[in-house]
Structures are given as C-alpha cells and as structure tokens.
Design a protein around this ligand. Structure first.
Ligand SMILES: Cc1cc2nc3c(=O)[nH]c(=O)nc-3n(C[C@H](O)[C@H](O)[C@H](O)COP(=O)(O)O)c2cc1C
Length: 197
C-alpha cells in the first residue's frame, strides 16, 4: 500500500536520466502484467535519445496544433498548450511508448466479440502501464501518463518508424521528479463500492 498510495503523476523531471538497469526493471514489471489468454498484447518502445524525443514531440505537436485549430481554439491557447506538451516530452530524460499489439489475440467472425477481445487487450495494456508506474516509484523514480499518442497514432508510428501492427497508446515519461506534485484527492471507498452483496 505504501507504493500504491505513494505513486503520483509527475509532469516535470530533473535532467539526470534513470540508469539502463532501472528502465529494464520497469519494463520487466510490465512484462508480468496479466493479459487475456496470457497473450501479452503490448510492446514497448523506449525513447531515450534527445534527438528522437524532439522528433516525436515536433511531429505530435504539429498534428495537435492542427486538431486544436479544428476545435476552434485561439492561437494563443494553442501556443501555451503546445509549449507545455513539448516541454514535457523533451524535458523527460526517458519516454516509454506502450503500444497495443493485437496480432496474437483470438479472432471472431462477429464485431461484438472482436471488440470485446480488443477491449481486453487495452485493459491489459493499462495493467502493464500501472506495473511500470509502480515499479518506477519503488525505484525512487516517477512517471506520468500522456494519452496524446492515442489521438495521433499514425503520426507517432511515422516519427518512431514503427510497423503498422503497433498501435501507440500513450507516452510514459520516466525520471526523477523536479518537484513534489500536487496530490489528487480520491473519492471515499463507500462512494466507489456501489454494492457489497
Ligand atoms: C488513461 C489515462 C490517461 C491519462 N492521460 C493524461 C494526460 O494526457 N496528461 C496528463 O497530464 N495526465 C494524464 N493522466 C494522469 C491522470 O491525470 C492522473 O493519473 C490523475 O489525475 C490522478 O493523479 P495521480 O496519478 O497523481 O494520482 C492519465 C491517466 C490515465 C489513467
């Protein structure tokens, strides 16, 4: 419970990078996540080089600007949001991109069951990421979760030269927290447990 309750989302990191063994431990934690049929429908891309982080951020930023403009957001707002996101990606010493990999899952003739299979895989990807975040925290590191790749999968795939079988689902920046973040409150348990029958 100490690790579970201690973990927090960190959005600004010191520049000193985690050691390679620490990143390997974090990935190892992901590997042991539960998955549908034990098929492990996730792959991980580690982006540590500053050049690649910049490339990724610039590619995603261009697409995001386009989407925000379509939403009708003011140019000044777009600029602020873009700069914050850019700083988060380029300022983190290591970024892990968890990708959904559906090739080994069961196939069904009907859409409904196929969709359930895909949802299970996404649930499992969440388990893998949570394992990573807990392992990072246990190592004295911190992580965050950026959902942006989900909104521009083709852009992320192109920037990182990924095959079409990988669906980028998130960016997980990993590093040492620059400062203690504000803690988010939780709803009381009796509000979350709607029945105990
Ligand atoms: C699926 C998912 C997507 C998230 N996407 C983002 C995001 O894009 N940007 C962000 O700053 N935090 C994101 N978060 C982190 C949440 O904001 C954070 O977990 C929540 O506010 C609770 O704070 P805590 O993690 O510090 O306990 C995401 C979390 C999840 C589970």
């Amino acid at each position: 419970m100490e690790i579970v309750r201690g973990r927090r989302s960190v959005r600004a990191f010191r520049s000193d990078p985690p050691a390679r063994e620490q990143i390997e431990t974090i990935l190892e934690a992901a590997r042991w996540a539960p998955s549908p049929h034990g098929r492990q429908p996730w792959r991980f891309v580690v982006v540590q080089s500053a050049t690649m982080r910049l490339r990724l951020s610039e590619a995603m930023g261009a697409e995001w600007r386009r989407q925000l403009a379509l939403d009708g957001q003011a140019e000044a707002t777009i600029e602020v949001r873009f700069r914050k996101s850019h700083e988060r990606i380029t300022g983190a010493p290591c970024v892990i991109v968890p990708c959904l990999y559906l090739e080994d899952l069961d196939s069904y003739p009907d859409d409904e069951r196929q969709q359930a299979e895909t949802i299970m895989a996404i649930q499992s990807l969440g388990c893998a990421v949570q394992n990573m975040l807990l392992a990072a925290y246990a190592l004295g590191l911190d992580g965050g979760w950026m959902c942006a790749p989900l909104f521009c999968q083709a852009t992320v795939r192109a920037a990182l030269d990924l095959p079409p079988t990988l669906q980028p689902h998130a960016l997980i920046p990993i590093g040492y927290a620059a400062q203690d973040p504000r803690r988010r409150l939780r709803r009381p348990l009796d509000e979350l447990v709607t029945a105990w029958l």
